[in-house]
Ligand binder design. Structure first.
Ligand SMILES: O=C(CO)COP(=O)(O)O
Length: 251
């Protein structure tokens, strides 16, 4: 009932020319696939190139961040209206790198999530614990606070339009993946929290796992009942490895 979502977060990689070349290689490798949502989130500077390149393909476009105001004197920022005009249908909100390096908080996540929905952008709301929090057995309370505060302004009917990505900070870019069982446990916990806020809508919310996802581990992750997809960093930069992830192909 929940269609698998495979989203690539390109972070601060790929020039427009490199983006064009990657997408030209990727489309033929995945265009026959049914029953998948495939999303690419390039840097802002590649959105224009990709918005043309994905036309007629099954790939959808997302941004990595946005500023929650329609327009205005906010030097260096990009608004949801601008993303919408570039065919974006998704936007990553509150990635741990945004929280760590750019001061994003649960309240900025809440504001951005609400604004994204007003522009028909599907927010991919990121949550996850640090290594210290995990070692102190604070994974669940940390994530519960991130979700309750991040989704605080939403009302009935809006929750099912949100995607949540569980990205343990210690697993990002480190080659250390949470075991499928650990990832499942946290994703099931996330669904319980969402259900306590949003009732039955929680069953419709895709919950993705992110953190060192690669072709070698995607199949086992996807076999877990509460993992509905993946948010992929490094392995989404190469057409071949991302195509294998999208296809759940280990080899
Ligand atoms: O942060 C991530 C995706 O948003 C995960 O990055 P890696 O897949 O490179 O670990």
């Amino acid at each position: 009932m929940r269609v698998p979502v495979l989203a690539g977060n390109w972070k601060m990689y790929m020039t427009p020319t490199e983006s064009q070349s990657m997408i030209d290689q990727l489309i033929p490798l995945i265009e026959d696939l049914q029953n998948r949502k495939v999303v690419l989130c390039p840097p802002y500077t590649s959105l224009s190139v990709l918005s043309k390149a994905i036309e007629g393909s099954p790939i959808q476009l997302g941004a990595q961040n946005m500023y929650p105001v329609d327009e205005g004197a906010f030097t260096g920022e990009v608004s949801p209206k601008m993303l919408q005009a570039l065919q974006c249908s998704y936007v990553i909100i509150g990635h741990s790198e945004r929280r760590q390096y750019f001061g994003e908080t649960d309240s900025s996540v809440a504001e951005k999530t609400l604004k994204a929905l007003q522009y028909n952008l599907t927010p991919i709301v990121c949550v996850g614990e640090t290594l210290e929090q995990r070692e102190e057995k604070l994974t669940e309370p940390t994530i519960e606070i991130q979700i309750r505060k991040g989704l605080a302004p939403l009302v009935a009917g809006q929750f099912e339009k949100v995607i949540i990505a569980y990205e343990p900070v210690w697993a990002i870019g480190t080659g250390r993946t949470a075991s499928p069982e650990d990832a499942q446990d946290v994703c099931a916990f996330i669904r319980t929290i969402v259900a306590s806020i949003a009732g039955d809508e929680a069953q419709k919310v895709p919950i993705l796992y992110g953190g060192s996802v690669k072709p070698e581990n995607i199949k086992e992750l996807m076999s877990q009942p509460d993992i509905d997809g993946a948010l992929v960093g490094g392995a989404s930069l190469k057409a071949e490895s991302f195509a294998r992830i999208v296809r759940f192909e280990e080899q």
